[in-house]
Design a protein around this ligand. Structure first.
Ligand SMILES: [Zn+2]
Length: 187
């Protein structure tokens, strides 16, 4: 069936509205795409910074746990992380949140090398060895010393600040680049 004929006056008016609608929708789409292009990188950057901060916090807590362990064991640090069962309810702290290669173990009894991100370097350390390295994150390069300070990115930015002596790793904060001297304080 033929559709009713449009009056010559209404057809151009409808075409005009369609154009306006198309322009408005196009403008909204453009604004949306610009917002996505600007906000997504900002959100991603914020997430990266947040994960890095979580990692520093984990290292700080682990070193604190190891020091508490030392208080109860003649000032000696644990031989490895698995001796911290008395200090932490579960082994969640052993895995950096940015480390996808090492899943968190269900409990302390099932912790193996595959459930640990943080390399432990304080076997037999004394709690008086303030600048001896306790552990570092291979993902972020953060490092924590016996004194409890975390040096963000130190393993990557200042590898020369780490020296080996008597079979142990020591960190010299004076060798850090000036911009990298801030460290989380032991609380
Ligand atoms: Zn990390």
């Amino acid at each position: 069936m033929d559709s009713p004929a449009k009056s010559p006056a209404t057809a151009p008016r409808r075409r005009g509205w369609k154009w306006i609608l198309a322009v408005v929708l196009g403008a909204f789409l453009l604004l949306f795409l610009i917002a996505v292009a600007v906000l997504v990188p900002i959100a991603m950057k914020a997430n990266v910074a947040m994960q890095s901060t979580f990692c520093q916090s984990k290292l700080h807590q682990l070193a604190l746990g190891a020091r508490i362990h030392a208080v109860n064991h003649d000032s000696k640090f644990p031989n490895d992380w698995t001796e911290l069962t008395g200090e932490f309810a579960n082994p969640m702290l052993l895995v950096c949140t940015d480390d996808k290669a090492h899943p968190v173990a269900a409990d302390w009894a099932s912790v193996g090398a595959s459930n640990i991100t943080y390399a432990y370097l304080a076997r037999g350390a004394d709690d008086g060895q303030t600048n001896r390295v306790v552990a570092f994150c291979p993902v972020h390069g953060h490092l924590v010393v016996v004194g409890g300070r975390v040096y963000p990115g130190a393993m990557k930015r200042a590898p020369d600040a780490i020296t080996e002596r008597d079979g142990a790793q020591w960190f010299d904060p004076s060798k850090l680049p000036a911009s990298n001297r801030t460290a989380r304080q032991n609380r």
